[in-house]
Design a protein around this ligand. Structure first.
Ligand code: F6R
Length: 242
């Protein structure tokens, strides 16, 4: 069987087109199930997508009032209110502009003393609510999803990770220098991502060409974390710009 066929591939020419296609999938989900549990990612890929969700929410076409959200990951060692935290990113691009309830927003809390317990609790919270209905993902140039770097076991749940040099280098564009980029993060694991009911992955631009081609090659290996998605039964990949 050609495993790549289990994935729905959508090729786009423009970044905005990718954002619209992705937003439409989430809008449909919210229309069908207003109390959906949504999984969110940060980074450059979903910014246009979040802008569209905000626009549709402010127009009264969708509501987040019953939504529960879980973010994939958060840096360790960055204060929650810092410009660099993923919490700040989510507030800036989505949460501060839609009607989601504060109590329904989950991001890994990297400020707590017991980070190992936080990982267990995060996983428990996802389980308690019967899992994530629709998960948004980006992909790293090294194939990471969340902060699951190459070599992460496919059976991993939410855990603490050491970021690879390549990921710190790529992410240093948001910091003053690479020394300022955190070395560790909390991330949902590969198994946590595989447990979600449906997945939308965004990949746009020349820098994502190799990662997407590698995914298309159909080889499933822990050395290329995103390849786990070839074993998931409901994945849509929206890609282009190369
Ligand atoms: C972010 C995350 C990462 C990014 C990936 C791609 O929450 O989990 O896996 O999705 O690094 O980042 P961009 O979109 O900036 O290329």
């Amino acid at each position: 069987m050609d495993v790549t066929k289990t994935i729905k591939w959508i090729k786009v020419d423009l970044y905005n087109e990718m954002s619209t296609v992705a937003a439409n999938i989430f809008i449909k989900q919210l229309n069908e199930k207003p109390d959906s549990v949504l999984g969110f990612a940060t980074g450059a890929s979903p910014i246009g997508f979040y802008k569209q969700l905000v626009h549709h929410c402010q127009n009264g076409e969708i509501s987040f009032s019953q939504v529960v959200s879980f973010n994939l990951d958060e840096y360790i060692g960055v204060p929650a209110n810092s410009q660099m935290s993923y919490k700040t990113y989510m507030k800036e691009y989505l949460f501060d502009h839609v009607d989601i309830k504060d109590d329904n927003i989950y991001l890994p809390n990297s400020q707590t003393e017991d980070l190992v317990q936080e990982c267990t609790d995060y996983e428990e919270n996802i389980k308690k609510i019967n899992g994530i209905d629709l998960q948004l993902l980006g992909i790293g140039v090294n194939g990471h999803i969340g902060f699951n770097e190459p070599g992460t076991p496919f059976d991993s749940l939410t855990h603490i990770v050491e970021l690879s040099e390549s990921t710190r280098m790529v992410n240093s564009r948001y910091f003053n220098s690479i020394e300022d980029v955190p070395t560790h993060a909390i991330t949902m694991g590969i198994q946590s991502i595989m447990n979600t009911k449906a997945i939308v992955l965004l990949a746009f631009g020349e820098s994502k060409r190799d990662a997407i081609n590698r995914l298309r090659s159909g080889i499933v290996t822990e050395e290329f974390p995103a390849s786990c998605l070839l074993n998931h039964e409901n994945v849509t990949i929206i890609y282009g710009g190369f």
